[in-house]
Design a protein around this ligand. Structure first.
Ligand SMILES: O=C(O)C(=O)C[C@@H](O)[C@H](O)[C@H](O)COP(=O)(O)O
Length: 355
């Protein structure tokens, strides 16, 4: 809230007006905060996302969710407000530390889990390349992730029909971890990684997926050095307290994102409370499991809403590092949709819409 006030103060002091544009240069927190400030200053000014972390490139900079955290719940104050553009310069990702890269990989893997089995298998096969920041591997992962996210968002921009909520796989548990541990202690992607394993285990207990599938999910996250267990200090009651403020709670009932299979997530309130308690309790007893280390990448994307009707224009500018990482090539991919989300099509990119 203090940071939000600072931005608004500066906007006032600099006499910005409705024609002024804010630029969000940084990771997810900066992007969410700046986007929120842009959505309320002068009742709305344009803003541009310039994400500098892998997670922001593949997730938070895309889709128009803005907001700030509340001590009792993640992103509890915010708005849906699309950026005018998302611009990524790959060279900014080169300086990221290994934890930041791993956090981004967690969200990349999420897309495979929720809507693209083939992409999940690709992540499994290419996890070493992602971790090693192979430019071509990262480039593909970023493009595919942005396509997935844009496709889902185009179907349910304001998360009103429930479709968009699948992007929240692992987030109900993950947000509880982030808030309980103190924001910033666990990176968002780290908490989501552990949360996705918890959601997978719950899905197994409800009979949707088998044990082998849960192990596959754990294995690929482990290979990216991501945590696959919640912090041992977190009590069941703590999880329940934070989960009760989740934005997917409707009339007091918490809807969870679970996996029907790899490549298909569902949003459901159709589970018994005991299974939820047993799942959380299981992770209190299960051996802690984490893993090793990681690294980084390039690209760009632009979701834009036009004044008339439902339009989304997404521009993906991919900057590809050459084999020696010395020279950078660039290419531009443009996605355009007018009218109905089902007509959302990449105009010169791989066409692999989410199922
Ligand atoms: O864009 C979305 O919708 C998502 O759920 C993507 C998430 O990965 C992202 O962390 C999002 O900010 C979480 O939103 P929230 O509504 O659960 O706070």
């Amino acid at each position: 809230m203090e940071s939000l006030n600072t931005i608004i103060d500066i906007c006032m002091q600099k006499r910005l007006d409705r024609k002024s544009t804010l630029f969000a240069l940084g990771g997810g927190v900066i992007g969410d905060l700046t986007g929120f400030a842009a959505s309320i200053f002068a009742r709305g000014v344009p803003y541009v996302q310039v994400p500098t972390t892998l997670l922001a490139v593949v997730d938070s900079a895309v889709g128009g969710k803005t907001g700030i955290n509340h001590p009792l719940g993640k992103n509890m104050v915010g708005s849906f407000y699309q950026p005018h553009a998302v611009i990524v310069d790959a060279s900014t990702l080169k300086t990221l530390d290994t934890r930041q890269i791993a956090a981004g990989i967690a969200e990349i893997i999420k897309y495979g889990l929720i809507c693209d089995e083939e992409f999940f298998a690709w992540c499994e096969a290419n996890i070493a390349g992602l971790v090693a920041r192979d430019p071509t591997t990262l480039q593909y992962a970023m493009e595919r992730s942005c396509q997935c996210k844009a496709t889902v968002v185009a179907m349910d921009e304001r998360e009103s029909s429930g479709v968009r909520a699948i992007l929240n796989l692992g987030h109900t548990f993950g947000h509880a971890i982030e808030a309980a541990m103190g924001y910033g202690t666990w990176l968002h992607g780290e908490a989501v990684a552990a949360g996705m394993v918890m959601a997978a285990e719950m899905s197994r207990r409800l009979g949707y997926i088998d044990d082998t599938t849960v192990r596959r999910i754990e294995a690929v996250l482990c290979a990216a050095a991501l945590p696959v267990r919640p912090p041992p200090s977190m009590q069941v009651e703590t999880f329940l307290t934070y989960m009760a403020t989740d934005k997917k709670v409707e009339r007091g009932v918490l809807r969870l994102v679970l996996l029907e299979r790899i490549g298909k997530a569902i949003v459901t309130a159709n589970y018994d409370r005991q299974t939820l308690l047993d799942t959380i309790q299981y992770f209190r007893q299960a051996l802690p499991r984490t893993a090793g280390k990681l690294r980084e990448a390039s690209c760009a994307l632009t979701p834009e809403r036009f004044r008339k009707g439902w339009f989304i224009k997404v521009m993906l500018i991919g900057a590809i590092l050459d084999k020696e990482n010395r020279e950078r090539g660039a290419r531009m991919l443009t996605y355009q949709s007018s009218g109905h989300p089902s007509r959302f099509q990449p105009t010169n990119a791989r066409q692999q819409p989410c199922a």
